[in-house]
Design a protein around this ligand. Structure first.
Ligand code: FAD
Length: 379
């Protein structure tokens, strides 16, 4: 099935999953069937070996079909994409051992075979500030013991494994590491998710009291999480951007449909709102695609990273602004539960709030424009 048809099928189901606040099972059956869970895995492991620019294109199209599904897919792509794109030299430079490469291949091959990964970084009370993470770990004879609580875990209960950020409980410095923790005993999903927007992400809480093997430590390196956040901001900052441009495109599509159906399309004020929204969405798409092309061709450079933060800021703000304005043009009938614009209005509102929030992106860009170090104490 091509991406366009896939997005249309997802769009047709979105209202139902949104109303139930339920994980979009059928969408993931389709994504699996289309081989998209292996999008970022290299061809020799059964995947498509996509670049960040290709991921961006897929995420945008999925986002225009069903934002929540695209957001869960983004979390999976962040895990697999970051693993697939970390250069071997960088892994060795930070002390990664050969076992990392075995681990990486195993995880990516499983994704190509249909495994789904989720991200469990955020915590109650601290949001996504990695340096403040309270979930902790300690070494055992055979690996690690991890204890703590996570919140906002998109796809919780449906993932095969979770990327968990945890601090070394015996270190005075904030030594934050990533673990890939398999679903199962000791990983308890608490179904508390009932939120304004992106309801079908099923971003429930996760409680951890679990022992994992040595090979669950991502990269085989302790204390890598904060460094990775700085050297690969695309997966923590820009990858959501494509999803929210897709959501904004859906606002234009459903907005135009509604205006035509109700005969409002001849009103100049209404048309002007759609025209402004059109140019805002086009501008956001250009910035997001420019950032994605730079990440693909010149990852990690200061210029690339500036575009990464610009992409997240413009995508989040644009989605919220156009959803607000197009809903106003569409009128109160579009605020009824079940109307696509009502759902998109709520979904679009989440873009600027997801880390890095628009305010944080603006602060980063301002610090950079002032010649300061924008990454200082960011996470
Ligand atoms: C739909 C959805 C899906 C999500 N899925 C996941 C997921 O799968 N996995 C996951 O780990 N998390 C996920 N998140 C959680 C999300 O990433 C955040 O961690 C969470 O929203 C933080 O919530 P918070 O209310 O503590 O706000 P915070 O992000 O802490 O923000 C509160 C305020 O502080 C400001 N602020 C935050 N950080 C800084 C900073 N460094 N400098 C200056 N100001 C700052 C913000 O701008 C904001 O005004 C998801 C969130 C949403 C909305």
């Amino acid at each position: 099935m091509d991406l366009h048809s896939l997005a249309e099928r997802m769009s047709g189901r979105a209202a139902r999953y949104d109303a139930a606040g339920a994980f979009p099972e059928e969408d993931f059956d389709d994504l699996r069937e289309a081989g998209l869970l292996g999008l970022m895995a290299p061809p020799h492991l059964g995947g498509a070996g996509a670049s960040f620019a290709e991921y961006t294109d897929v995420a945008m199209r999925l986002g225009s079909g069903a934002g929540a599904t695209a957001l869960i897919f983004n979390m999976h792509a962040s895990v697999t994409g970051a693993l697939a794109s970390t250069p071997d030299e960088l892994v060795r430079q930070f002390g990664g051992t050969e076992s990392f490469f075995t681990f990486r291949d195993r995880v990516l091959k499983a994704a190509a075979e249909g495994a789904l990964y989720a991200v469990a970084m955020s915590e109650p009370g601290i949001g996504s500030r990695l340096s403040q993470v309270r979930t902790s770990y300690e070494r055992t004879g055979s690996g690690f013991r991890i204890d703590g609580a996570k919140t906002f875990v998109s796809g919780a209960g449906h993932a095969d494994a979770y990327l968990v950020a945890a601090r070394d409980r015996h270190s005075d410095e904030p030594r934050i590491s990533y673990f890939l923790v398999p679903a199962g005993p000791g990983v308890e999903v608490r179904p508390v998710w009932d939120s304004l927007g992106m309801r079908a992400t099923a971003s429930h809480d996760l409680h951890l009291g679990v022992e994992v093997g040595e090979d669950a430590l991502v990269g085989g390196i302790e204390g890598a999480a904060l460094v990775l956040a700085q050297v690969m901001p695309q997966w923590l900052v820009a990858s959501y951007a494509a999803v929210y441009v897709g959501v904004a495109q859906a606002v234009l599509r459903h907005g135009a449909e509604h205006l035509r159906e109700r005969g409002l399309h001849a009103l100049p004020m209404v048309r002007a709102r759609l025209g402004r929204a059109d140019v805002q969405v086009a501008a956001a798409e250009l910035v997001v695609r420019k950032a994605a092309a730079l990440v693909t061709d010149d990852p990690g450079s200061p210029e690339t990273n500036r575009w990464v933060w610009r992409a997240k800021l413009i995508a989040g703000d644009t989605a919220a602004q156009v959803a607000f304005s197009v809903l106003e043009a569409a009128g109160a009938s579009a605020t009824r539960r079940g109307h696509p614009l009502e759902r998109l209005y709520r979904d679009a509102r989440c873009g600027a709030l997801q880390p890095a929030t628009s305010d944080v992106c603006a602060d980063w860009l301002g610090a950079s424009a002032l010649g300061e170090n924008p990454d200082e104490a960011r996470w």
